[in-house]
Design a protein around this ligand. Structure first.
Ligand code: GLN
Length: 536
């Protein structure tokens, strides 16, 4: 930005969490990037876990894995997909991480003689980490989304750090977006702004005056509601932006753009808008919305009650659907329902054109997944197995094709006579749980002449992101390959990374998670190939 100061845009939330602050942040980022600026984004999570890796998806949704092996919040996934950039584990700041650093510094003696306090020591550390990301990633504009809701005890140190940053960087370099919920009363149909008013007051009490209000609501805000919010936030009516529920999150940048959000931001921050070209994005959204070839996709996993558990997979399916003008309908099957007979694998196989065997951990629901894989395989339906999905495809094959009774992963049955999936050797002796899996972007050597090799357009070495402790046991490769399966990709250590059926059009499992690298305009190759296989 040629000598101009770095800019910081904070995004806070009011009324309740889960409003789509992440998508709002990502959308603002996309608009600024399309205007010629380099943009990065940070997610602040005010919980005491050091990272999201140790949380159950039901608590938190998916754990998004970055190139450098960070186990991060799912909003990092939104930022990567909207901004089309790779972020680092540093882009996710948590209370746990900040306190850990501060306490380590205290033990080292960095604050010798001082009483270590939330203000200034913790707030200084927060500001330092924000500035570091902005500097290291060479960003003109850093968007910082503060998770949780204004008024929570947990988020106070972060909001205080934001307030201090405003004092230090000046109001020309900092911008505050406050995202609120405006509920509609079902009886009268009226939009109620009172909870939003209170959260704006709460924000001001902390010392932050928002520059824009983004109102999330079921329907577009009417003039009355906008006027009220404008009055209570001391903002011009144009700075109250309506962000109603829409068919796809990918429409949000277009909705914000129509309401001239860029004009308001650029005016306050003194930015000159160089260009504003997001025609490719528009084209993608058009294709996504007009796709009409229906395909039914089975989603077989154990965290299916919270769709956010598999959000990157769902988004990756949309990216490839847009390419082929497909309208996918996702059918969710909870694997314990299969295991306990509430739904039969035969019925699933009849209901779907193909299925994904979703990632996961632990024994619950495993037998349900295995029985579903068996029927899908026998009926010749396309199957894509991801991580645990691949491992269970191998277990199923070992049991039902190779006749290895009670074959299993040692994660599920430590005493199995046929450990076709076993702990990675580098995991032996690892006792600590946080951040110790095989994580992040790692090379996979593809085997020439295989389907996977063709799906990746003839690249011999590819990189995908990983998150696992177990592997397909290399001792069984010969046996598996003697009976119709083939290893089409290997890790550098020599264990199978990709396994496919030789005969079948699409029966493929991957140890890595290709969904994390899928982008709206550049879908993940294996998802693309899977989607294509559903069309024929
Ligand atoms: N539980 C399996 C492992 O640790 C699979 C993990 C996953 O699906 N991400 O290897």
């Amino acid at each position: 930005m040629g000598g101009v100061a770095r800019k910081f845009i904070f995004v806070t939330g009011g009324v309740l969490s889960g409003l789509g602050k992440g998508v709002t942040s990502a959308s603002i980022g996309l608009l600024l990037k399309s205007s010629g600026y380099s943009v990065t984004a940070i997610k602040i999570d005010p919980y005491v876990n050091v990272d999201a890796g140790t949380m159950n998806p039901y608590m938190h949704g998916e754990v998004f894995v970055t190139e450098d092996g960070g186990e991060t919040d799912l909003d990092i996934g939104h930022y990567e997909r909207f901004l089309n950039i790779n972020l680092s584990k540093k882009n996710n700041i948590t209370t746990g991480k900040i306190y850990k650093t501060v306490i380590e510094k205290e033990r080292k003696g960095d604050y010798l003689g001082e009483t270590v306090q939330i203000i200034p020591h913790v707030t200084d550390e927060i500001k330092k980490e924000i500035r570091e990301v902005s500097k290291e990633q060479g960003s003109d504009i850093t968007i910082i989304e503060i998770g949780g809701t204004v008024g929570d005890i947990e988020s106070l140190p972060f909001l205080e750090a934001a307030r201090q940053l405003l004092m230090e960087e000046g109001s020309r370099n900092t911008f505050f977006v406050h995202v609120v919920l405006v509920p509609k009363l079902s009886v009268t149909g009226e939009l109620k702004t009172k909870p939003a008013q209170h959260s704006i007051q709460e924000l001001r009490r902390i010392g932050i005056q928002p520059d824009i209000i983004v109102a999330r609501s079921e329907v577009p805000l009417d003039f009355e509601a906008r006027k009220k919010l404008s009055l209570h936030s001391s903002l011009p009516i144009d700075a109250v932006i309506s962000n109603p529920d829409v068919e796809t999150i990918y429409l949000v940048p277009l909705i914000l753009h129509k309401q001239r959000i860029l004009k308001i931001i650029s005016k306050k921050l003194g930015l000159e808008l160089r260009k504003s070209d997001f025609s490719h994005w528009k084209e993608f959204v058009d294709r996504l919305l007009t796709g009409s070839t229906r395909v039914e996709i089975g989603m077989i996993g154990k965290y299916t009650k919270l769709k956010d558990s598999y959000i990157s997979i769902v988004e990756a399916l949309k990216h490839s659907a847009a390419q082929f003008l497909v309208k996918p309908s996702l059918k969710w099957y909870e694997s314990t329902d299969i295991e306990e007979g509430r739904i039969s694998p035969e019925q699933i196989s009849e209901e779907v054109d193909g299925a994904l065997i979703l990632p996961g951990f632990g024994r619950r629901g495993v037998e349900g997944k295995i029985s579903a894989i068996k029927v899908l395989r026998e009926k010749g339906k396309p199957v894509l197995g991801i991580c645990f999905g691949l491992q269970l495809m191998v277990v199923e094959y070992a049991r039902n094709v190779l006749g290895l009774d009670n074959a299993n992963s040692t994660e599920v049955d430590p005493n199995t006579p046929y450990p076709v999936v076993d702990l990675l050797s580098m995991q032996k002796g690892v006792l600590q749980k946080g951040g110790t899996m095989r994580l992040g972007s790692l090379p996979i050597r593809l085997v020439k002449g295989t389907k996977a090799f063709a799906f990746y357009e003839g690249r011999e070495v590819i990189y995908e992101r990983h998150r696992h402790r177990y592997q397909v046991n290399p001792k069984y490769i010969d046996l598996l390959e003697s009976s119709g399966l083939r290893v089409s990709g290997y890790s550098l250590e020599g264990f199978p990374e990709v396994i496919e059926s030789v005969e079948r059009k699409f029966f493929l499992g991957t140890q890595a998670h290709p969904e994390f690298k899928s982008r709206p305009l550049n879908p993940a190759p294996l998802f693309k190939a899977f989607m294509k296989s559903l069309l024929k």
